[in-house]
Write a protein that binds this ligand. Structure first.
Ligand SMILES: Cc1cc2nc3c(=O)[nH]c(=O)nc-3n(C[C@H](O)[C@H](O)[C@H](O)COP(=O)(O)OP(=O)(O)OC[C@H]3O[C@@H](n4cnc5c(N)ncnc54)[C@H](O)[C@@H]3O)c2cc1C
Length: 550
């Protein structure tokens, strides 16, 4: 049996941030994720690292979020994007809440190095975004930052690993043993090896997001959350080139954000009792978002819906208030109050706060272990953040298109040179595998060697494979062949992996099929089901393979 100072359960934004902080403070850290890094809630979020002004009633949260944006810009600028945002107004009543927002935003603007809010005439608004409804009476202009949530989690995990942490994916925690009122052992099932393992530890951080209550229960402890469903619709093109925030049919605010080569329309916020493992966006959610945004961007339905995604926000359990009155802050639970020393859980929180959440809990873990090291995660850059990158020079030097080099930079910053160097010895690896993005063969090979993906879905999270308008129709075979070669997998593994990847794409597509997307889907189905004779019904999945062996 191995030993750890701390076991972190969950490899989302919170878990990877905690693993990084613990490792940087010199703790022997093991992070266990039952699936892949960023495979759950964080992978369904909008990636907005906002100033938190939606929650103006909680000024301490607005201040904390603003400060975190400053930190993220310092440690991860290469994966941060700044988007201009317009809030178009169609009626005088839309203007009413704008004043106090503008005041609060402008107070904190200088700190985040963005201009104060501007109120624009309809003419100026339409110059910035011609797709707006010409009947608007004004708009508000401001700027917000966004981060690539998949890369943030990956870089936090890699940095934790470089600082000595053990990062284990496909390892599901199945029990936490408590001895003499303290956590003692964590039992987990390794899905790749098919083994059960045990690790001895004095502290466990439960960063299980919506699964946190179930994880706490393993140690006979309690966590209560208010699960809140959010859905997004992804359209096949950049319908707009600036972010749009507008009032929905029920008066809530919704958004349309340019996101890589697509746009993200979101989000809903509904109390939910659905299983977070099988959650999908509903027809009603899709129509609610489309109809609401159509008022300010009338052409929105001309774009093709390529995918939807849904996740569960693990909100703090404030009940008997409307969901938008529930705090968007977080709580850290030290389970010592219920006689389980060494177990810590979270409720609430957001992507933008993950570093802050990690700092708070790592302080508690260090206190428990008698370790005195201070937090440095707000100062130490994440991998790839060391310097700016000259796209034109790299493009000329390596003979790769500027666009492909720029996309590589957006994922890897200075570490992109490690990918580019592979093409010196293997010029063929400059081949584009995923044309929508684009993704080069060299990046796929680098990712497989350095970022521990086990399958095509993991590769998607690392390099955006198959996330564009064709949703994997043309890149799946090619990428799969590379993966099988690099991991030395068998023909049967090849087939199951392709089916898994297509099933995951299908999960996000089937609720939204309309018009041209149906035609696109027929091409995909034809290519895989008819030509390649692949049949989805062949996938077998056992959710609890360890049962009977404990
Ligand atoms: C639609 C939507 C939009 C959002 N937009 C934003 C936004 O723009 N900005 C923002 O700041 N926040 C946003 N959020 C909130 C944000 O996404 C979440 O608060 C945050 O990502 C939660 O991360 P997490 O790591 O705590 O949880 P998760 O990402 O859910 O990670 C928990 C992990 O624990 C793992 N796990 C569960 N059980 C076990 C086990 N037994 N053993 C091992 N591992 C286990 C899971 O597989 C999972 O990977 C949004 C949320 C939603 C739903």
């Amino acid at each position: 049996m191995t030993k750890s100072d701390v076991v972190v359960v969950g490899g989302g934004s919170t878990g990877t941030a905690v693993a990084r902080d613990c490792a940087l403070r010199g703790l022997k850290t093991l992070m266990l994720e039952r699936d892949d890094i960023a495979s759950a809630t964080v992978g369904t979020c909008a990636g907005m690292i906002s100033s938190g002004l939606k929650y103006m009633d909680e000024p301490h949260i607005v201040d904390m979020c603003s400060q975190e944006v400053v930190h993220l810009n310092r440690i991860a600028r290469h994966i941060v994007m700044k988007n201009p945002i317009l809030t178009p107004m169609l009626e005088l009543s839309d203007l009413s809440s704008g004043g106090s927002f503008a005041e609060e935003y402008s107070k904190r603007a200088a700190k985040r190095e963005v201009p104060p809010v501007l109120f624009l005439t309809p003419e100026d608004s339409l110059k910035i975004e011609p797709k707006l409804n010409p009947n608007i009476i004004a708009s508000m202009y401001f700027e917000e930052f966004f981060i690539d949530p998949f890369r943030l989690c990956m870089l936090q995990a890699i940095d934790a690993q470089r600082a000595g942490a053990l990062i284990r994916t496909y390892c599901e925690v199945i029990d936490i043993t408590v001895k003499d009122d303290s956590v003692d052992e964590v039992l987990f099932y390794d899905r790749v090896k098919g083994d059960i393992e045990r690790v001895k530890t004095k502290t466990v951080v439960n960063a299980g997001g919506p699964w946190a209550p179930g994880i706490a229960k393993m140690a006979e402890s309690n966590v209560e959350i208010r699960p809140n469903k959010g859905a997004h619709v992804i359209l096949d093109r950049r319908v707009v080139n600036v972010g749009i925030i507008a009032k929905a049919v029920d008066g809530r605010m919704i958004y349309l954000f340019p996101h890589e080569n697509t746009v993200l329309l979101g989000t809903t916020a509904l109390d939910t009792w659905e299983d977070p493992d099988t959650l999908v966006a509903s027809h009603d959610e899709i129509e609610y978002l489309l109809q609401s945004m159509e008022w300010v961007v009338p052409s929105i339905r001309e774009a093709r819906i390529i995918r939807t995604m849904a996740g569960v926000r693990p909100l703090v359990a404030n009940w008997k208030v409307p969901e938008d009155k529930v705090t968007r802050g977080y709580e850290t639970i030290d389970h010592e109050f219920e006689d389980v020393r060494g177990l810590f859980s979270f409720t609430g929180g957001k992507l933008v706060m993950c570093r802050h959440m990690a700092e708070t809990v790592t302080d508690l873990v260090c206190e428990k272990l008698g370790v005195k090291h201070k937090c440095t995660t707000h100062e130490i850059p994440l991998p790839g953040m060391e310097a700016d990158v000259d796209i034109l020079a790299f493009s000329a030097d390596y003979g790769i298109s500027q666009h492909a080099v720029e996309r590589l930079r957006a994922r890897r910053g200075t570490e992109m040179t490690r990918v580019l160097e592979l093409t010196r010895e293997n010029p063929d690896w400059r081949t584009t595998i995923c044309a929508c993005e684009p993704v080069l063969e060299a990046e796929i090979r680098y990712s497989i060697r350095e970022e521990f993906p086990q399958n095509l879905n993991d590769l998607r999270r690392r390099v955006r494979l198959g996330t564009g308008p064709c949703q994997g129709t043309f890149c799946t075979y090619k990428a799969s062949a590379i993966l099988m070669e690099e991991l030395d997998l068998s023909g049967e593994g090849f087939k199951v992996d392709i089916l898994d990847f297509l099933a995951e794409r299908w999960k996000g597509k089937r609720q939204s099929f309309r018009r041209e997307q149906l035609v696109q889907e027929e091409v995909t189905q034809g290519m895989y089901t008819c030509v390649a004779n692949l049949d989805q019904s062949e996938i077998e999945y056992d959710p609890k393979p360890w049962e009977g062996s404990i």
